[in-house]
Every structure is written in structure tokens, then in C-alpha cells.
Design a protein around this ligand. Structure first.
Ligand code: KIV
Ligand code: ZN
Length: 388
């Protein structure tokens, strides 16, 4: 049996931290239901102590969603942890995710705390959280830029207190795939009780490597949970994108050897919903969910795909929720793609000579127009028939 990779979606928490992406309770609830249809394992529904609105959103999602585990973020203090526990009370399966920064920079400049104080606060927070919830995740914020010796002490202590998931955030997107993977592998080797927890990756995209870093954390580091967001939504340049990481693991199962519980056919619907709700447009060339992700414009590619789809497609558009792949008719298209579109439109021309003539008219038009639509083809065929 293949190992399972847990998909932890944080669109509603870290994704919402993206400037301009703030969502109402009802919007969050709608997205949470779609994440449940997508069969996300854990939904981080928000940060219950952040505002009364976020508390209500976490509470509503905890009460409505039955199939996914619902999580709230909480700083490592009793007030935040109590608010998280209270918001999660109605959940079928709940998780409290607590965090405190462990890098020298954050401890000294932001928290103004010593290493020993941070260690003690992390330990007490996990102990407190465990008294309220049997599933507790701990994150050393800015973990990747933390001193590994200190990180080992903190992580060993929180596992002893009962943290079941240890997440290693690359909070500022500074990691490089191999280095991040080895960083996690090294921590797991050095911490005596490391196998009592599931290890998790949480990568930001400041250098455009959030997905690659997450996959390296899985492959090299042995992490079995990925934290990610729909469309890669998140602060600054965003978070690891759920659709990319999931389809990488599914498509390259030969390499990763992991199972994911995600129903990929719900991916495009989730992407559209998040985009419409936040107003963040998905770039056309975005992997998996961009409008061009399964579109073919060059004649050579179109000809190949019409003969055998896997010549230029490594995934099926239909498998991730698109109606079909797309042959874009334009100046690079060949006769084969044009002829196939005529057939799809139910147009029957009188022999090859007429097809050739229509194809010539199509090419002339395509030189003037970036994309030739079905209506254009119908018009040019009618024109040709009128001329005869
Ligand atoms: O990026 C980060 O460090 C976080 C933590 C709160 C997990 O989002
Ligand atoms: Zn984050």
C-alpha cells in the first residue's frame, strides 16, 4: 500500500492574508463546501482569535463541513487557543494549529523574547491546546531560517507535549528545493521522538519555488502533509498551489509513490470559485487551472493531439474538471485541425477541393485575427457557398 499524502488547504486562512482577498463568512462557507467536495483532508478555516468575523466563519464551517477535518490557527497563548477551541466545538473532526517564531531575527526583533522563553511558550501552548483538542499541529514560524539546534529542542519538546503534526514553514519563501528537503530530513534524523509526529511542509512563493520546495520536502524530507492554497493564493507572491502539487503527485506517481485523497475532477470548480470570490484573476498560462493549460495553438501540436492526446498532454483536461481540451484555431493551425472543427460543427463540404478553398479563406482570416471562433468558420463557409 502506498503512503498517503495529507492535503491541508489554507486558502481560507493564509490565502485570505493576501492583500485584497478578504472574504465574508458566507463566501468562506461556500469555499469550504467546495473544498469538502474536493476531498481536502484538512481545511484551515481561519484564525478564530483574529476577529469576531473570523471566529464566526470558523464556527460556521466547523458546524457545516463533515467530511474534512477543520482547523483554526492560534498564536501560542491561552486566549488564542481558547478561542480556537471554542470555534471548533461543533466540528466532526477538529485541529488546533499553534505557532510561534523560532528564527533569531523574529525572536529578537519581533517577539523580543529569548530562546528559552520561546521554547517554554511553545511547550505550554501545545500542552494547553492538547487539553482542548486531541489533534494539535505546531509550526515554528520562519522555521526554515531558524537555527537547527534550537529547532530540534523546540520540536522535541512539543512532540513530547502531544503535537501530532510538525509543520516546517518557509515563511518568507527563501528555501531552495534540495536544501529545504534536506533540512527536514536532518531534523527528523536528529530528533529522537520525530516519528511520533507527521511532518508537514508550508512554503511561500517569493522565489517562485513553493511547489518545488513542497515536493522536495515530501520526497527528500519525508513530509506527509502539504499545506497549500487554491490558485496559490496567499501573502505577497502566494503559497504553494494545491492544484499543482496534487497533480504533480498524481501524474508522477512513479516518482512519489504516494496516494492523495483529492477528487481532482473538482479542481477547476474550486479554482473558479476562489477566483470569482476574491476577484483574483487566474493567469491564462497557470498550470492545471489556467485557460491555456490544455489549449493547443500550433499546427504541429494540434495534429499530434488529434492523432494521440498524450503526444502533447501529460494530464487529461477532463480529469481536473475542464469540459475538454481545446484546439485554438488561428494562423498556426493546420488543415487537419480545421477539418476536424468543420466536422464538429456539422459542416459537410463537397469534396476535398471545397475543403481546401475554405481552409485558404480561414488562413487569410487567421492572419488578421488572433483566434478564429466557430462563428467565424460558419460565416466563411456560408460566404464560400454563396460564391458558388
Ligand atoms: O508562513 C507561515 O509561517 C505561516 C505559519 C503561521 C504557519 O503561515
Ligand atoms: Zn504561511
Amino acid at each position: 500500500m502506498a503512503d498517503r499524502l495529507i492535503i491541508f488547504d489554507t486558502t481560507l486562512r493564509d490565502g485570505e492574508q493576501s492583500p485584497g482577498a478578504s472574504m465574508t463568512k458566507d463566501e468562506k462557507l461556500r469555499i469550504a463546501r467546495q473544498l469538502e467536495r474536493l476531498r481536502v483532508d484538512v481545511i484551515e478555516a481561519g484564525f478564530a482569535a483574529a476577529s469576531p468575523g473570523d471566529f464566526e466563519a470558523v464556527k460556521a464551517i466547523a458546524e457545516a463541513v463533515r467530511e474534512s477535518r477543520i482547523c483554526s490557527l492560534a498564536r501560542a497563548n491561552d486566549r488564542d487557543l481558547s478561542r480556537a477551541a471554542e470555534a471548533l466545538r461543533g466540528a466532526n473532526a477538529a485541529r488546533i494549529h499553534t505557532f510561534i517564531a523560532t528564527s533569531e531575527l523574529h525572536m529578537e526583533k519581533k517577539l523580543r523574547m529569548t530562546r528559552d522563553q520561546v521554547l517554554e511558550q511553545a511547550r505550554l501552548a501545545v500542552r494547553f491546546a492538547r487539553n482542548h483538542c486531541d489533534d494539535v499541529e505546531f509550526s515554528p514560524e520562519d522555521g526554515y531560517r531558524s537555527d537547527p539546534d534550537f529547532l530540534c529542542r523546540v520540536i522535541e519538546a512539543v512532540i513530547t507535549e502531544g503535537a501530532g503534526t510538525i509543520n516546517i514553514p518557509d515563511t518568507v519563501g527563501y528555501a531552495i528545493p534540495e536544501l529545504y528537503g534536506e533540512f527536514i530530513a536532518d531534523l527528523r534524523r536528529r530528533i529522537p521522538n520525530s516519528d511520533k509526529a507527521i511532518w508537514s511542509v508550508h512554503c511561500h512563493n517569493d522565489l517562485g519555488m513553493a511547489v518545488a520546495n513542497s515536493l522536495a520536502g515530501v520526497k527528500i524530507g519525508g513530509a506527509r502533509q502539504v499545506e497549500c492554497t487554491i490558485n496559490g493564493l496567499g501573502e505577497r507572491a502566494g503559497n504553494c498551489s494545491l492544484e499543482e502539487v496534487v497533480m504533480a503527485v498524481k501524474t508522477r506517481r512513479d516518482h512519489f509513490g504516494l496516494e492523495v485523497g483529492i477528487d481532482a475532477s473538482q479542481i477547476v470548480a474550486a479554482s473558479r470559485l476562489v477566483s470569482q470570490t476574491t476577484g483574483f484573476v487566474v493567469q491564462p498560462n497557470k498550470a492545471v487551472v489556467g485557460a491555456n493549460a490544455f489549449a493547443h495553438a500550433s499546427g504541429i501540436h494540434q495534429d499530434g493531439v488529434l492523432k494521440a492526446r498524450d503526444t502533447y498532454e501529460i494530464m487529461r483536461a477532463e480529469d481536473v474538471g475542464w469540459a475538454a481540451n481545446k484546439i485554438v484555431l488561428g494562423k498556426l493551425s493546420g488543415r487537419n485541425a480545421f477539418k476536424q472543427r468543420l466536422e464538429q460543427l456539422g459542416i459537410q463540404l463537397d469534396g476535398e477541393a471545397e475543403v481546401n478553398e475554405a481552409f485558404q479563406r480561414f488562413k487569410d482570416l487567421a492572419d488578421r485575427k488572433a483566434e478564429v471562433f466557430d462563428e467565424d468558420i460558419l460565416a466563411l463557409v456560408m460566404e464560400e457557398q454563396a460564391d458558388h
